[in-house]
Write a protein of this length. Structure first.
Length: 560
């Protein structure tokens, strides 16, 4: 039997460690996690894994998760990014309550910690240039050399550090370094920089500060101040953990447990903030919410649901091993949800006229279409029918290939929900040779697609009535890169060389009236064509713009 104090939780190595800590009483049964983004870009699907993990663990153990901005680099941070991150985490379905924090909230306390380290002889002001710093630090296989500033008197370092904050020195003239071990095989312990001069205005503190803590210094102290129990990071921070522990022990501060897990790597996708920024800045995409991007804003604009992303993060699990996850799994998760929830409608993406020669000129009727056969509670809607229809150009062949069961000269096909028609002829454009019109006859006895005489019809196609159809903009989105691992390229090769020129195709489709009545934000399945989302930004009343979320099945690469 489980209780609120010992809930039943999914098994993974992080949760197992927390159970062990709770059993031993290490943190007094508390579980406090945090999601600590840097506000220097928009969140992407990789961040979603961390968000779901940190907030999910807090929920599993009846704890809490903080949202904290590690805003220690004013040069690259903006309020726009802060707002977008808050919006994205909320959209994913998570709430931090009153626990919204910023590293900049703690600047005074972090600065005091730096002063204390100097007083304890565990930090010093260094005047090496950037190039000299790299040279003195050495490489993992060779010990570093001590800076000439390493044995600077404590009083002198205190004076210089105070003057650094007063703005007396230029950027790069001095830094504050922790005094640890220049011979350590872990280069992160070779007297790392913990403070540097930056004469930039901070988006929250303005020009109050002239020195800013490095991420490693601010992060561990912020975790300690907030009494975080489990500081969960991606695997690249594993080599930083000894520094995390050393700094807190050197200052006699409360120490959380840092735990590392493998970050998400997704095929056909770039998840580097720097590279995403480059795509946005150089206008390869329309902005951070471009539906081709893996940002949460982009996935949201494309039509992905927060539920599907949470399910994806749950499916991929948590491990210590780096590897690639096939983007097809993310696509599967949204298909699985929309197959259950999205209503079916008819839209013709590449329309060609079909004229039913024996259908009365002025006659019109309606047919009842099922909204979702997977969810009968969604009911039905009426779709109009008339003498002239639009069908997909690919649903007609003059010389049908083997196993082509759709419309061809002399062949019958079922019109979804309506009648069985037989092709009697077609017309071509004299100049281009392109088919411009198909002519058919219909069998009035087959209303609803039934065959009273029992004849077998292999093909069923969708259609819209030309008299009732509305032309709408449809954006066919696909994967942004043609290379399976666009970040794993030889040195010197620009990742943008593998941008997919076919990642966006804009067309005019003909849609049935039911679609025009829907509002922005609605998701539907275009029968036989995929799942689509009415763009809430560019759509107007009576003029929806449709973004393709995903095809009905994985068809990537067929046209490359």
């Amino acid at each position: 039997m489980t209780t609120p104090e010992t809930p039943e939780v999914p098994a993974d190595f992080i949760r197992d460690m927390i159970v062990e800590h709770n059993t031993s009483g290490r943190f007094g049964g508390r579980v406090v996690t945090r999601f600590p983004p840097e506000p220097n870009g928009y969140l992407h699907i990789g961040h979603a894994k961390s968000i779901c993990l940190n907030f999910g663990i807090a929920a599993d153990f009846v704890g809490r998760c903080h949202l904290r901005f590690d805003d220690t680099n004013p040069e690259k941070e903006e309020q726009e990014y802060v707002d977008s991150i808050i919006d994205a985490v909320r959209w994913l379905g998570f709430d931090w309550g009153s626990h919204l924090y910023y590293a900049s909230d703690y600047y005074g306390r972090i600065y005091d910690c730096a002063i204390e380290l100097i007083k304890r002889g565990k930090a010093y002001v260094c005047s090496l240039t950037t190039e000299e710093f790299k040279e003195y630090r050495g490489v993992p296989s060779r010990p570093g050399r001590e800076s000439p500033s390493r044995n600077r008197p404590i009083a002198e370092s205190l004076d210089l550090f105070t003057r650094m904050q007063a703005g007396e020195f230029a950027e790069g003239q001095y830094v504050l370094r922790a005094k640890i071990d220049m011979a350590s095989p872990n280069v992160h312990l070779r007297d790392p920089v913990i403070y540097r001069i930056k004469k930039e205005s901070h988006h929250r503190t303005g020009t109050q500060w002239r020195v800013y803590p490095m991420y490693d210094f601010a992060h561990c102290i912020s975790d300690s101040i907030e009494q975080i129990t489990h500081s969960i990071c991606t695997l690249e921070f594993e080599v930083h953990r000894p520094l995390y522990d050393w700094l807190l022990e050197a200052l006699d501060l409360y120490r959380p447990q840092q735990i590392e897990f493998a970050r998400l790597n997704l095929t056909y996708t770039v998840l580097s903030k720097r590279k995403l920024l480059e795509l946005v800045r150089d206008h390869h995409v329309s902005g951070w919410d471009d539906p081709r991007l893996p940002t949460l804003a982009g996935l949201r604009r494309r039509g992905y649901t927060p539920t599907s992303i949470r399910h994806f993060c749950k499916r991929i699990g948590v491990t210590k091993f780096d590897g690639y996850t096939d983007v097809a799994l993310l696509e599967f998760c949204v298909r699985e949800e929309l197959n259950r929830d999205a209503p079916r409608v008819m839209a013709v993406l590449d329309p060609i006229r079909l004229v039913i020669e024996n259908y009365p000129e002025e006659q019109q009727e309606t047919f009842e279409a099922v909204n979702n056969p997977e969810n009968t509670a969604q009911g039905t809607h009426l779709t109009p029918f008339s003498k002239v229809l639009y069908i997909e150009r690919e649903d007609f062949q003059t010389d049908p290939a083997a196993k082509f069961f759709r419309l061809a000269p002399g062949r019958e096909v079922r019109l979804r929900y309506a009648y069985i028609v037989k092709c009697t002829g077609f017309s071509r454009d004299a100049a281009t040779g392109q088919i411009t019109e198909i002519r058919c006859t219909y069998d009035p006895a087959t209303r609803g697609g039934n065959t009273p005489d029992g004849r077998k019809i292999k093909g069923t196609i969708h259609w819209v009535s030309a008299a009732h159809a509305t032309p709408c903009e449809v954006r066919l989105y696909d994967r942004l890169f043609t290379h399976e691992r666009p970040e794993d390229l030889p040195e010197g090769v620009d990742f943008k060389v593998n941008l997919n020129s076919a990642a966006l195709e804009i067309i005019k489709a003909q849609v049935e009236p039911e679609l025009v009545r829907l509002e922005g934000g609605a998701r539907v399945q275009f029968e036989r064509k995929g799942y689509f989302y009415i763009d809430p930004v560019d759509s107007r009343p009576g003029a929806p713009v449709f973004n393709r979320i995903v095809t009905l099945r994985d068809s990537f690469g067929k046209n490359l």
